[in-house]
Design a protein around this ligand. Structure first.
Ligand code: UDP
Ligand code: MG
Length: 317
């Protein structure tokens, strides 16, 4: 029988673990697949790790990976797929916002030879706050415009990945991980299915506006150098503009037409000063990314885990 690995990143989810496990067992009792469930505890401050450990003692199919601190969801996902041994991996949130029933449908597509079955929110999330909806819209618009991959609005980290895709993802040695983008980038046969997110079972979503903004900038920059082309374009436009403007000023001077002074000079200096700092900032951010990548630090560190054998030969516990 083929095996499916469920990978669940969990950060302060103590009240949701047991509920999710019981939902998964209910579901897989009706599916003709073996399964394992890998929880990645991403530096939780509450009782999450203990809750997971309790589940591992009840169920032999449940495993845990404890990260050394809070590394972020995408890093937790990367850690989880390193450990997965299934013929397919399904990643999902711990808070039951991703309806487990949808797994049945995902598996059907997998059986039809799709390699990636991803999900996107059908309508704008009714449970989300207005600023979340607006920032999510802006995020995907900006990302699709400024990078080389196209992501659906509301694409989720709830997806099925065939083993061959997982093997490719494991090898992407990126320090800053944007999982949704990486999954799109590797290609293979992909299909998206809509879903309606449920309300969080317990606890608070941990993404603030500032975190989302940082995520947006990071995602764009780790997927494309288009912003560099764009600022080069702006530079060309202004150079050509000034080439046309300079002869006009010289002729005006020679013809003794009054060339206006102070105000226009200050305005121009301020404008171009700002523009130059902006462009420098963009270059600097790319340089910063290069610096982080060049240090070759791992994107996550494992503190403990209860695996006997995995595909992940790099783990030294
Ligand atoms: N999560 C994580 N590390 C973090 C933040 C979140 O592993 O630093 C997990 C969290 O436990 C949950 C999933 O990522 O399983 C989605 O997080 P959340 O519900 O906070 O975000 P949202 O539902 O708004 O996407
Ligand atoms: Mg959530």
């Amino acid at each position: 029988m083929k095996k499916i690995s469920i990978v669940v990143p969990a950060h302060n989810e103590e009240k949701n673990i047991a509920a999710l496990v019981s939902e998964l067992y209910k579901l897989f009792s009706n599916l003709a697949y073996d399964f394992e469930c890998i929880f990645v505890d991403d530096g939780s401050k509450d009782n999450t790790l203990n809750e997971i450990k309790i589940q591992t003692e009840i169920h032999p199919e449940v495993h845990y990976v404890e990260l050394a601190r809070n590394f972020g969801k995408d890093q937790a996902l990367q850690a989880g797929i390193q450990m997965a041994t299934g013929d397919a991996v399904i990643t999902m949130d711990a808070d039951l916002q991703h309806p487990p029933q949808l797994i049945t449908e995902m598996v059907k597509y997998w059986e039809q030879d799709y390699d990636v079955v991803y999900t996107y929110r059908e309508k704008t999330n009714a449970h989300a706050k207005t600023y979340q909806k607006v920032s999510s819209k802006l995020f995907y618009k900006g990302l699709n415009m400024l990078s080389d991959i196209q992501l659906e609005d509301g694409i989720a980290d709830f997806r099925l990945l065939d083993k061959k895709v997982v093997q490719q993802l494991r090898q992407l040695n990126e320090y800053e991980i944007f999982f949704r983008g990486m999954v799109k980038w590797v290609g293979f046969r992909q299909i998206g299915i809509p879903y309606n997110p449920a309300e969080r079972l317990s606890g608070e979503a941990s993404y603030s506006f500032f975190k989302l903004f940082k995520l947006a900038i990071n995602s764009i920059m780790s997927f494309s150098v288009k912003p560099l082309y764009m600022v080069t374009g702006v530079g060309i436009v202004f150079s050509v503009g000034s080439l046309l403007y300079i002869p006009y000023i010289i002729i005006s001077y020679l013809l003794h037409i009054n060339v206006s002074g102070w105000a226009s000079i200050i305005a121009t200096i301020a404008f171009f000063g700002g523009l130059q700092l902006f462009v420098l900032g963009i270059i600097g951010m790319y340089l910063g990314k290069l610096f982080m990548q060049a240090k070759q630090r791992p994107s996550f560190i494992i503190r403990s885990a209860n695996f006997i054998k995995t595909d992940y030969d790099l783990v030294k516990l």
